[in-house]
Design a protein around this ligand. Structure first.
Ligand code: ADP
Ligand code: MG
Length: 441
């Protein structure tokens, strides 16, 4: 065996960069999330050749002070996290302080920025992570970052890049999700000189859905809104008759982040049980908000996954909210009769995930406490009792552990992604503004 040696920092940085920046879409994601964290109300994303030629993100957020500009590109440099305790209550989209370092390590970057309330902006150029000098520059308030020649110094990665069209499609999908998760921000996306997306940023989720997913999808949607304990669920789901051939139009956000979750998919589809044709799937744009301490986002930066502290509560929240919304729109008579004819096992096909199966098996959970509150305040008044009683979910639901009550005061309120900005005063993500989104200077 050769001798063991610590990697040169330059090599270690390239490896770390590869974990954050897999493809152009990861660059766009990180840059837009920074723009969101900076409190922007308008974000423009421009790409050429699927982002391999150029990526430019312009925002009107708080900007970066000239003297802090080089620091922003150092690894583990962030304004959003200070102490170990802060890790438990992350309210911003970013926090690792790795994105700018990683992106600049594998590309050529230009940044132009002016801080809110200052008169002069600053510009900086970096090549492969090596910064030039900070130059004074005229600039509008906010930040523009241009990334060129992605992976020019990592030929192995370059070789594995897919066609420009595949990268363009990936960025396009990402832009849809970003626009949907921030209806209060106006997003413009320009690919190869052509405007592909423009959302009004009026704070209304339906405007964003219409702009991002198109008129056809927007037409058959049922509004969904429910809250219980410290979990709220809002957004839109497709009417049962508008079932789709795949799950591709199931869009979930947790505290403003687009995520993929078998748990949320299962909860959504449970709400449609016996209301939707076999082989069809509901579509949705659903936003789940819960205390930042009740969800772990401290996973791989490129992954769209989270871990819920109380999975059953989240499942219940989504399931009951969806069920309520559908109950208000569909004819109530048909469902119980149809349900009675179906042997319980035939519903298994709805649960193609382990998560869902686990949830159905109420017995697998810790013993319920006898004094547990009968029901949290979901909007259940309008639902016919027969349907609930038959769902197999009831016993578990009604005897829910009282842990949600015990965990009442869970830190700060979650970010709301569907309400207009003026209802969000107490909610992170707060603008980072290089003062620390966690409220400390
Ligand atoms: P993180 O977002 O995890 O803090 P980044 O490397 O993405 O790390 O960014 C480093 C820092 O640079 C951020 O914490 C923020 O202070 C600043 N920053 C980056 N992008 C912007 C932006 N568009 N507007 C204002 N500040 C920004
Ligand atoms: Mg970031």
């Amino acid at each position: 065996m050769p001798h063991i040696q610590q990697l040169e920092s330059h090599v270690a940085d390239l490896i770390a960069a590869g974990e954050v920046v897999e493809r152009p879409a990861s660059v766009v994601k990180e840059l837009v999330e920074n723009a969101v964290d900076a409190g922007s109300s308008a974000v423009v994303v421009e790409i050429r050749r699927g982002g391999m030629g150029m990526i430019r993100v312009t925002d009107n957020g708080c900007g970066i002070a000239p003297e802090e500009l080089p620091t922003a590109f150092l690894r583990h440099a962030t304004s959003k996290l200070r102490t170990e305790e802060d890790l438990g209550k992350i309210g911003t989209l970013g926090f690792r302080g790795e994105a700018l370092a990683a992106i600049s390590a594998v590309s050529r970057v230009d940044i132009l920025t002016r801080q809110t309330g200052t008169t002069e902006g600053a510009a900086l150029h970096l090549e492969g992570g090596v910064p030039g000098a900070v130059e004074p520059a005229g600039a509008p308030e906010g930040t523009t970052i241009t990334v060129r020649d992605l992976f020019y110094n990592t030929p192995a990665r370059l070789k594995f890049m897919r066609k420009d069209s595949a990268e363009t499609a990936a960025v396009n999908g990402l832009m849809q999700h970003l626009a949907l998760s921030h209806p209060d921000i106006s997003f413009k996306f320009i690919k190869d000189g052509v405007e592909a997306l423009l959302t009004p940023g009026d704070g209304k989720l339906d405007s964003a859905v219409y702009a991002a997913l198109g008129r056809d999808f927007a037409r058959g949607l049922v509004p969904v809104s429910g809250s219980g304990g410290d979990i709220t669920v809002s957004g839109f789901v497709t009417a049962p008759l508008m079932g789709r051939g795949s799950r591709s139009m199931q869009v979930f956000f947790v505290n403003g982040r687009f995520i993929k979750s078998q748990l949320l998919t299962a909860a959504l589809e449970e709400g449609y049980r016996n209301q939707i044709m076999k082989g069809k799937f509901p579509g949705c744009v659903l936003s789940v908000t819960l205390p930042v301490t009740a969800v772990d986002v401290n996973v791989h930066p490129a992954k769209t996954q989270v871990k819920f502290a109380r999975e059953h509560d989240v499942f219940d929240a989504v399931y009951h909210t969806v069920l309520d919304a559908l109950g208000k729109t569909s004819a109530p008579a048909a469902a119980p009769a149809q349900e009675a004819r179906l042997p319980a096992a035939s519903r298994q096909d709805f649960f193609q995930t382990m998560d869902a199966k686990t949830f159905r098996q109420g017995g697998a959970k810790p013993a319920p406490q006898p004094a547990a509150p009968a029901r949290p305040a979901w909007n259940t008044e309008l639902r016919a009792p027969a349907r609930v009683a038959d769902s197999g979910q009831t016993s578990f639901y009604q005897t829910k552990r009282s842990e949600s009550a015990a965990q009442g005061a869970l830190g700060r309120a979650p970010a709301s992604v569907t309400s207009p900005p003026d209802t969000q005063q107490s909610s992170p993500p707060a603008p980072s503004c290089n003062k620390g989104a966690l409220g400390r200077p």
